[in-house]
Design a protein around this ligand. Structure first.
Ligand SMILES: C[S@@+](CC[C@H](N)C(=O)[O-])C[C@H]1O[C@@H](n2cnc3c(N)ncnc32)[C@H](O)[C@@H]1O
Length: 286
């Protein structure tokens, strides 16, 4: 059966709308564009172009997965972060737009160190896809980063992303339980650690709960477990005058600040995300 690009897009969109998928139009477009190797411009300029049978079958399969609750970027296998296309895998969190706030907070610090000393060493704790470290390295040519994770799968994905972006020479994936295998000192330590309280995981949106890896979400009984470890270990791995910047849950500002203050840090900056929620804290050691 002959199907045009416009018809395929229309059917995919309609099926997702009928199922009550919130971003039905966008999801349909992302899936169809990727699986038919077309662009938005093709859909506008050449809507009557015929789509090959294999691409139609691939779109049908992808729409069925979306209808079963799988997030669109898991189906695609990649997600854009800070303008970079990052591959995903089973044990990586999907990088979120809110985490770009962390990159934006850290970027001036990295640029200042690089301008002053010609280099900047970054430690990204819980690197996942490598999102934060790779965004910083992509922007600051003099920077280098160690990306730490406890998951072999995540580290393999981060290394692949670094290679795809031409950043392998400045990105070192390291398997470590937070600081356990880390030696040396860094100018900036950055982390988006797991910060959901264990008891709250069951009530997360199914797309998060069922598809993001639990190890990337679960912050222990009070959600603060990783912050305690990072705050306790950071001083021993920071250059004098260095910074630690962390992403936080929207209600965790006071608690996380207290954890770092108890370890001798002072709050240098707090930022909100695009939804005006507290999202990033930057700490310094006087
Ligand atoms: C919230 S995800 C953040 C991923 C990525 N940095 C991002 O922002 O998209 C937290 C990451 O911490 C890693 N992680 C969890 N426990 C860890 C541990 N004990 N040591 C090192 N990394 C850990 C997880 O595997 C996951 O990749």
């Amino acid at each position: 059966m002959e199907v045009t690009l416009a018809e395929l897009l229309g059917v995919a969109r309609r099926r997702l709308v009928e199922a009550g998928i919130a971003e039905a139009g966008l999801d349909a477009r992302l899936l169809v564009e990727h699986l038919t190797a077309t662009t938005r411009a093709d859909a506008i300029a050449r809507p009557q172009q015929q789509v090959p049978a294999e691409a139609i079958a691939a779109v049908e399969d992808a729409v069925a997965r979306r209808l079963a609750g799988e997030p669109v970027h898991r189906i695609l296998g990649f997600r854009e972060f800070y303008g970079l296309r990052l591959s995903l895998s089973a044990e990586t969190l999907e990088p979120r737009p809110d985490t770009e706030t962390l990159v934006e907070a850290v970027l001036p610090l990295v640029e200042a160190v690089a301008a002053r000393s010609g280099r900047c060493r970054i430690l990204d704790l819980g690197t996942g896809t490598g999102a934060i470290a790779l965004a910083l390295l992509h922007t600051v040519a003099a920077a280098s980063a160690a990306g730490v994770d406890i998951s072999d799968d995540a580290l393999a994905t981060a290394a692949r992303n670094a290679a795809q972006l031409g950043l392998s020479g400045r990105f070192t994936p390291l398997k470590s339980n937070w600081f356990s295998e880390i030696s040396g000192r860094f100018d900036v330590i950055v982390s988006n650690p797991p910060y959901i309280r264990s008891d709250d995981i069951g009530s997360l949106q199914p797309e998060v709960r069922d598809f993001d890896p639990r190890r990337a979400l679960d912050g222990g009984p009070d959600g603060l477990g990783a912050y305690r470890i990072i705050a306790a270990g950071a001083s021993g791995h920071l250059e004098p005058g260095g910074y630690v910047a962390v992403e936080i849950g929207a209600t965790q500002k006071t608690e996380v600040q207290q954890v770092f203050q108890a370890n001798g840090f002072v709050l240098a900056e707090a930022r909100r995300d695009f939804g005006a929620n507290d999202r990033v804290l930057v700490f310094a050691r006087p």
